[in-house]
Design a protein. Structure first.
Length: 209
């Protein structure tokens, strides 16, 4: 589900020589809001007789910690995903349909929750285990493993370059792998809770889950 693509999403104002873990810790301390463009590639697992399939999409992302974010998918078709701190909205203009779910239940241990809901490293480590990963493709990597085995998320890799989040990779328990890459990041732009409110347009079917 697209809520797992989420998110991330973010900029890290830290030294270019810092480790991945120290960059993540600095992000939690200093980055309260952010804005970026993203490209998302989702690859399905290889199954017997079925080749892996890849889907590519792109759009923009904004977040305001704690717990508010907005994904605006622009290609290949429009979709909006908004978390206002209480509810998670998914709006499909082509279908004229919006779905509302309790945010805490819907997000669980998704990357969007990992990168936007926690206020410090200590809080984050109550739900995740972290490992420094080898540098690759010019990025410093951190691997995050959710301590709960009940969710669909299996592992997350967070890649930083020169103090900015450059990539977010995650795999679910079904073998699907998603990669988000980020460009044009802005650190701590002026955003308000009202920017993350969603009101379904007139005539849109609203489903409550």
């Amino acid at each position: 589900m697209r809520i797992f693509f989420a998110a991330g999403l973010l900029a890290l104002a830290v030294s270019a020589h810092a480790t991945g873990m120290s960059e993540l810790e600095s992000f939690l301390k200093t980055t309260k809001s952010g804005r970026a463009e993203f490209r998302q590639v989702v690859t399905s697992p290889v199954r017997e007789g079925v080749a892996a399939r890849t889907k590519v999409s792109a759009g923009s992302f904004e977040f305001l910690r704690p717990g508010r974010f907005k994904f605006t998918y622009k290609r290949p078709f429009e979709q909006l995903i908004v978390a206002d701190g209480h509810m998670l909205w998914t709006y499909d203009p082509a279908l004229q349909q919006a779905t509302a779910r309790k945010q805490a239940t819907a997000l669980g241990s998704s990357p969007a929750a990992l990168m936007t809901a926690y206020v410090d490293m200590q809080a984050l480590q109550t739900d995740y285990s972290f490992l420094e990963a080898p540098e690759k493709d010019g990025l410093q990597w951190v691997q995050a493993l959710p301590k709960s085995k009940d969710g669909a998320l299996q592992t997350v890799r967070i890649g930083m370059r020169q103090g900015l989040l450059a990539a977010l990779e995650f795999a679910d328990t079904f073998g699907q792998v998603s990669v988000l890459t980020f460009t044009d990041m802005q650190i701590n732009p002026s955003l308000a809770p009202a920017d993350f409110q969603f009101k379904p347009p007139a005539g849109v079917d609203v489903l409550q889950q």
